[in-house]
Design a binder for this molecule. Structure first.
Ligand SMILES: *[C@@H]1O[C@H](CO)[C@@H](O)[C@H](O)[C@H]1NC(C)=O
Ligand SMILES: *[C@@H]1O[C@H](CO)[C@@H](O)[C@H](O)[C@H]1NC(C)=O
Ligand SMILES: *[C@@H]1O[C@H](CO)[C@@H](O)[C@H](O)[C@H]1NC(C)=O
Ligand SMILES: *[C@@H]1O[C@H](CO)[C@@H](O)[C@H](O)[C@H]1NC(C)=O
Length: 760
């Protein structure tokens, strides 16, 4: 049986020792994890003397492997409209979806108390740019509709995080600002995410079983860099000297294992790297590098001896703020190839030509090769760690049968608290600084809407409606935002509705000694470190995790999207991350102040919750939208939907691309959730066609193109980049479409295939 506790590897004799240590710990001996070994030393004061709570209710862990929990994992498709919708992330109105590289998923991880059904939380990892207020609202509504069995999944217990992929469809966000570039809100895009997220939770719930949790760490050196080192350098030298890198290199894994057979159910990881491997000129939908990593780990682990067949891999984002997957640095694309200006990432005074280089930047494929490579690097690290944890060679068991969570809303436009130096400080209504418009080296400023240029060819209909509502910030607002020159005073405008959140989610989850900070914004590297450290030391201060050293991770952007959370020093530099730190210089400390003061609610004895706070507005019914639906589809005269326009050739070798084009219809007619638009089938020995690739596979690409908007005709191109390891044999490509009939509006399904070809 696969065991993860270090002690198990040392044999059963350790069991007796552990029981002794367990007893010792009750008399004030503390267990310390150091270099994967457990050390025991006696506390200077007996914990029972400093205990703020009643220690009698602490039950010892139920086995030497750590406590048993109720565990469940689930995965569901959230792929929204893959064409004709602006993509979410780069805020470039010109970046419209044109097809699908890889389906998007919601992955749900439930941790519960075996005996107390109310003590349960669910951590969602969505292949989206972020969590969102409206999406979270929809998920909670959807869960409520599932009935009383789902009553424990609510405001307090559900964390909705996004992987920060910049390659998904947009138009699903609650607030106005991100809706501007997408020409408003799109119900179909929104509902695909909400429904899939609910389905993933339902699946995870239905899979609940007793099991064990353990945590492991591994460093991945070559998958991220800091894209704003100039701002990072503003942090105190002594603080920086404590870290070997300008970004966190550690991937943390939470392993879910069934109690009965020890098989892994799933693994949830945290590692900080922007989902910007696919470039701003890519128009194919994918989960970017985290989507690749999850796909690879699921493929590698499913079907292996130590894992369940429905193993789920979640690659969650961490303190992502100033990280980049463009690990070869930012260079000028002005012909010079020089490195961009260090201080402001410009080339000859403008930010547009400056672009970060991914590991495969020489391949001109809109970042696809680099994306796969950065995903693969995360996968390789995660798989190495996974193997070590399954063998029981590395990892720390999660102990203490305590599952807790909290959630509150806080109005950040007026939050006053004590700065670490003792003085009283406040956050301010949201505002974005000038550098926000300049963008980053991952995607140089595409915010053409800001320029107030109605005559531009990209004249934006939403911008035309809302630009009049922008106003000069008040003196008070200017002072509050301190070193930030305000470009968009978004937090003070409620017309036509709020542009960005002022009401912010505060959420913490806890199981045993693991505490998860659920961050609504993109904390920068140092911001995340400070936040985790503060929570760690407060947790120790209140003996939150009993004798176990607290393990603290940070996941996000979650629940809402509050842009960035930079340190006060980085804020002073006002690069993109500082300019996008919405609530002023004290944004990070406000988060730290709230979470540390709420930590006590995670205590085993706490029956209370933090004050609920003001509800955020939900704009799904009143959002602007200039996105038009599908009018209808037509095949060209004397032709039918699905007819082959150009076929595959008779044979290919691995490394080549098999390609066919068909008469198509708009993919928005049917999202084909939990299904596929494209597939590759292989003829098996019984002369039956077996599906071997589908929309989930990185190597299979589905592209849609409108060929005539008056005649409403379109084309679909499906290409398979045949992998080196593809088996020889006989194949065909298939296309599954749905057309919208003129006048009646009826949606008619059709399917078709290419000619047969061999791989030699
Ligand atoms: C896509 O963008 C990258 C980065 O700016 C650039 O190097 C590349 O040439 C662009 N590719 C195409 C096809 O436009
Ligand atoms: C504490 O920090 C705040 C915010 O940076 C600053 O305004 C104030 O002067 C500091 N106070 C002291 C006593 O250092
Ligand atoms: C934006 O354009 C309008 C109309 O052309 C003009 O009245 C307004 O002053 C401009 N605002 C800025 C900030 O340039
Ligand atoms: C949106 O409208 C629907 C239908 O009228 C209603 O059921 C729902 O409660 C509304 N949602 C919000 C957030 O206002």
């Amino acid at each position: 049986m696969a065991r993860v506790h270090i002690a198990a590897a040392l044999g059963t004799a350790t069991l007796a020792l552990l029981i002794i240590f367990q007893l010792l710990s009750q008399y004030g001996w503390r267990e310390v994890d150091f270099l994967g070994l457990r050390y025991y030393h006696q506390s200077t004061t007996s914990p029972s003397n400093q205990w703020p709570f009643n220690p009698a209710s602490y039950e010892p862990a139920s086995s030497e492997d750590g406590a048993q929990y109720l565990l469940g994992v689930g995965k569901a498709d959230i792929t929204g409209p893959v064409v004709e919708i602006n993509m979410m992330g780069y805020a470039d109105p010109k970046q419209m979806g044109s097809g699908l590289r890889q389906r998007l998923y919601s992955r749900a991880f439930i941790v519960g108390d075996v005996d107390k059904p109310e003590d349960r939380f669910v951590y969602l990892v969505l292949d989206t740019q972020s969590g969102d207020t409206a999406v979270r609202y929809g998920i909670l509504e959807g869960l409520a509709e599932l009935g009383p069995d789902y009553r424990m999944y609510g405001q307090k217990t559900v964390a909705v995080t996004g992987t920060h992929s910049h390659s998904g469809p947009g138009a699903w966000l609650n607030y106005l600002l991100p809706q501007i570039t997408s020409k408003g809100f799109d119900k179909q895009s929104y509902q695909a995410i909400v429904d899939g997220a609910v389905l993933s939770i339902k699946r995870a719930h239905e899979s609940l079983q007793p099991g064990h949790l353990s945590v492991g760490h591994i460093d991945i050196e070559d998958a991220n860099v800091n894209r704003s080192p100039y701002a990072y350098l503003a942090n105190p030298k002594e603080e920086r000297a404590r870290y070997k890198s300008e970004v966190d290199k550690t991937l943390t894994m939470l392993m879910f294992q069934g109690a009965e057979d020890g098989k892994s159910l799933g693994a949830l990881t945290w590692f900080p790297v922007h989902g910007t491997s696919m470039l701003g000129n890519n128009t194919l939908i994918s989960g970017d590098n985290k989507g690749v990593a999850a796909y690879l780990l699921e493929q590698a682990v499913r079907g292996s001896e130590g894992a369940r067949d429905d193993f789920v891999a979640g690659f969650s984002q961490a303190n992502v703020g100033d990280t980049s997957p463009n690990v070869l640095g930012a260079h000028c694309e002005d012909g010079s190839g020089e490195e961009c200006n260090f201080e402001d990432s410009t080339c000859g005074g403008t930010s547009q030509p400056c672009h970060g280089r991914g590991p495969m930047f020489r391949v001109n494929d809109q970042g696809s090769s680099s994306c796969f490579e950065i995903g693969n690097r995360q996968f390789v690290g995660a798989k190495t760690l996974y193997d070590g944890m399954i063998e029981g060679a590395v990892g720390t068991s999660i102990r203490g049968p305590v599952v807790r969570s909290l959630h509150a809303f806080q109005d950040f436009s007026i939050y006053t608290f004590q700065h670490p130096n003792g003085s009283k400080v406040s956050t301010c209504p949201a505002a974005l600084g000038y550098s926000f418009a300049a963008g980053t080296t991952d995607g140089p400023g595409a915010f053409d809407f800001k320029q107030n240029n109605t005559g531009s060819p990209n004249a934006n209909p939403v911008w035309a409606v809302v630009r009049g509502f922008l106003r000069e910030p008040s003196e008070e607002q200017k002072v509050c935002h301190d070193s930030k020159p305000i470009l968009l005073d978004v937090g003070e405008i409620e017309n036509p509705y709020l542009w960005t959140p002022n009401i912010v989610d505060v959420q913490l989850l806890r199981v045993g000694q693991l505490v998860i900070i659920v961050s609504p914004g993109e904390a920068t590297t140092m911001a995340g470190r400070r936040w985790r450290e503060a929570v760690h030391s407060f947790a120790e201060g209140i003996s939150l995790t009993d004798d176990e050293e607290p393990i603290v991770v940070l996941g996000g952007p979650a629940n809402s999207y509050t842009h960035y959370i930079a340190t006060e020093e980085e804020y002073g530099i006002q690069r993109y991350e500082g300019a996008s730190t919405l609530y002023g210089p004290h944004t990070l400390n406000a988060h730290i102040s709230l979470t540390t003061s709420y930590l006590r609610y995670l205590h085993v004895d706490s029956l209370d919750s933090p004050p609920r706070g003001p509800e955020p507005p939900i704009y799904i019914n009143e959002s602007l939208s200039f996105i038009t639906g599908v009018a209808f589809d037509r095949a060209p005269f004397f032709k039918n939907f699905g007819e082959v326009l150009s076929d595959t050739v008779s044979f290919y070798h691995p490394g080549q691309t098999a390609k066919a084009t068909f008469i198509g219809a708009n993919p928005r007619n049917d999202l084909r959730l939990e299904d596929t638009y494209a597939s590759v089938e292989k003829l098996d020995e019984n002369r039956k066609w077996i599906r071997v690739r589908d929309d989930d596979d990185w190597s299979l690409i589905f592209k849609w193109k409108r060929t005539n908007s008056v005649l409403a005709t379109s084309e679909v191109e499906i290409s398979w980049e045949i992998e080196d390891e593809a088996e020889r044999g006989r194949y065909r490509i298939r296309y599954f479409g749905a057309s919208k009939t003129p006048i009646s509006g009826e949606i008619v399904q059709f399917e078709t295939s290419s000619g047969i070809f061999d791989i030699k």
